[in-house]
Each structure stands twice: as structure tokens, then as C-alpha cells.
Design a protein around this ligand. Structure first.
Ligand code: G
Ligand code: G
Ligand code: MN
Ligand code: NA
Length: 254
């Protein structure tokens, strides 16, 4: 209960902040975008990760204001990077399944884009397979309209949810994100290697991109490259950074 009450205060009084993890094209070592990840600088408990408060937000009916806060701040930061530092970065926001039941999702996204003046194609929405299952018809309609608006849709944690192969057939997403649970043992587990290879093959057949997440080692990167996976994200390249660290990170990559 205390965490619940604190969370409302956190949203309204900016105790939340975002960190941004680069997604790379490993064929040329360019940053293709960044994923915004929310943190809570709690006055007594220190910095909390989303695993400890997103479920609280869901239960307390605060997922909606939290999502609005994240969208607004991620879009403004992307616009600010461009204006102040000449960094043209696509920013990705994670959407919980429950926000698809909210009627104003499109309006809120449009408002975040308008207020920040961020072009829609600089915003990516990361959704999970669960979103496609629970709200199948609803979500697909919303996603279609959001994509028509110009935003990119990527399927997060791909392969860990109830399979939504039928929605892949009906709907063209920009990318599948290969879940880090498959990447972590991809070098030593022939099962995980087979799963990663299959997801790569499937994404290619369906004309979608694939991004491997949770890449932590050179050996994982090499294996993924060998199955033609060029887009990667993970601690091997960079941990999530605060906004002011991004320009330096990109400069040192070049
Ligand atoms: O940030 P971390 O690296 O600890 O992320 C843990 C989980 O929290 C991931 O599944 C990630 O997708 C999720 N997450 C991070 N930021 C957000 C957010 O702003 N909204 C939602 N709904 N989930 C988030
Ligand atoms: O579910 P989602 O993909 O949005 O989760 C992102 C989460 O993964 C964040 O908590 C982020 O900090 C974490 N993460 C990012 N890169 C790595 C990595 O290389 N290894 C591990 N173990 N976690 C990572
Ligand atoms: Mn994600
Ligand atoms: Na993920």
C-alpha cells in the first residue's frame, strides 16, 4: 500500500526517470534506436527497477498515468537530443498489455508526439505477445492505426508468451525482439540456438526485422551474426544510459 501511494506521488513529482539502452546495427556499429526503461528514485528505498513497481502500478490502476509519463518524457528527450545535440534517435517505449483496453491510447500517443514535435517515425512501441492475445481484435485495430500514424511496432520478449503466430500472419510488425532468455545460452544450448535460428528464419520469411536482446558476450554476438542477426541490444554493447551519456557513447562507437 505504501508503494502504491508513493507511486502516485512519484509520477506527479518527478521521482521517476528514464534510462536508455542503445540498439545497434552490428554490421556497421551504428545505433539504430534506444529503448526507454523507467526507474523510480524512491526517497527511502533508493533506485527501484520496473519489476518492483510496474506490477504495483497495474494493480493500483496507475499503469495509465505511468505510461503517459513515460511516453511524454521519452518523446521530449528524443526531440531534445535532436535539437540540442544533433542526435537523431528513434526512441522505444514499453507498453503493458493493460493499456490496450484504454480508449485513449492513440490520443495519448498523438499528444506526446505533438507536444514534443517528435516525428511519429522516431517513436517505437514495444508490445508483448500477451497484448495480442488478450485484446486480439481491439489491439490489432489500435496497432494498425498507430502504424498508419507512422510509429513502429516491435514485439518484445518474442517467444516467451503464448504464441501469436496467427497475428503475425494478419499484421505486419516492424521487428521481433528475440527474448534474452534464448540469447543467454545461445552458444551452449542447442535448443536455444535452434529457437534463435528459427525466429531469424521466420522473421525473414515474414519480412520483419529481428533484434536480439540481452547480448552479453562476444561469443553470443558471433553466433548471432552467423545466423544473420545484425540488430542487437545488451550489456555487451551498453548498459542503459542516462540521457546525458548518450552523445559520448555514440561518439566513441564511431
Ligand atoms: O529496465 P529493466 O531493465 O529492469 O526492465 C525490466 C522490465 O520492465 C522489462 O520487461 C521492461 O520491458 C519493463 N519496463 C521497463 N520500462 C517500462 C515502462 O516504462 N513501462 C512498462 N510497462 N514496462 C517497462
Ligand atoms: O522486457 P524488456 O526487453 O523490455 O526488458 C529489458 C530489460 O533487460 C531491462 O531490465 C534491461 O536492463 C535488461 N537488459 C538489457 N540488456 C541486458 C543484458 O545484456 N543482460 C541482461 N541480463 N539483462 C539486460
Ligand atoms: Mn522491451
Ligand atoms: Na524483452
Amino acid at each position: 500500500l505504501q508503494l502504491e501511494q508513493g507511486l502516485l506521488r512519484a509520477i506527479n513529482y518527478d521521482e521517476l526517470f528514464l534510462v536508455y539502452q542503445p540498439k545497434l546495427d552490428t554490421s556497421n556499429m551504428r545505433v539504430i534506436g534506444v529503448e526507454a526503461l523507467v526507474r523510480w528514485k524512491h526517497p527511502h528505498l533508493g533506485v527501484l527497477g520496473p519489476a518492483s513497481f510496474v506490477p504495483v502500478a497495474e494493480k493500483a490502476g496507475l499503469i495509465w498515468p505511468l505510461t503517459e509519463w513515460v511516453l511524454k518524457n521519452a518523446c521530449s528527450q528524443a526531440a531534445r537530443w535532436y535539437r540540442n545535440e544533433g542526435l537523431d534517435l528513434n526512441v522505444a517505449v514499453n507498453l503493458s498489455p493493460s493499456v490496450f483496453s484504454h480508449q485513449d491510447l492513440e490520443e495519448v500517443i498523438e499528444k506526446a508526439l505533438n507536444d514534443s514535435k517528435l516525428p511519429p517515425d522516431r517513436l517505437t512501441l514495444e508490445i508483448t505477445e500477451q497484448s495480442l492475445m488478450i485484446y486480439e481484435t481491439e489491439a490489432l485495430g489500435v496497432l494498425e492505426r498507430l502504424q498508419r500514424m507512422g510509429t513502429n511496432i516491435q514485439i518484445d520478449d518474442f517467444g516467451t508468451g503464448y504464441s501469436s503466430l496467427s497475428s503475425l500472419k494478419h499484421y505486419h510488425f516492424q521487428a521481433l525482439k528475440i527474448d534474452k532468455s534464448f540469447v543467454s545460452d545461445v552458444v551452449t544450448s542447442s535448443d536455444d540456438a535452434a529457437i534463435a535460428t528459427t525466429i531469424m528464419f521466420m522473421s525473414k520469411c515474414l519480412d520483419m526485422e529481428a533484434i536480439a536482446e540481452g547480448v552479453e558476450s562476444e561469443a553470443q554476438k558471433e553466433f548471432l551474426s552467423s545466423i544473420d542477426c545484425r540488430y542487437m541490444q545488451g550489456f555487451y554493447f551498453s548498459r542503459p544510459l542516462v540521457a546525458s551519456e548518450m552523445a559520448d557513447f555514440i561518439r566513441h562507437l564511431a
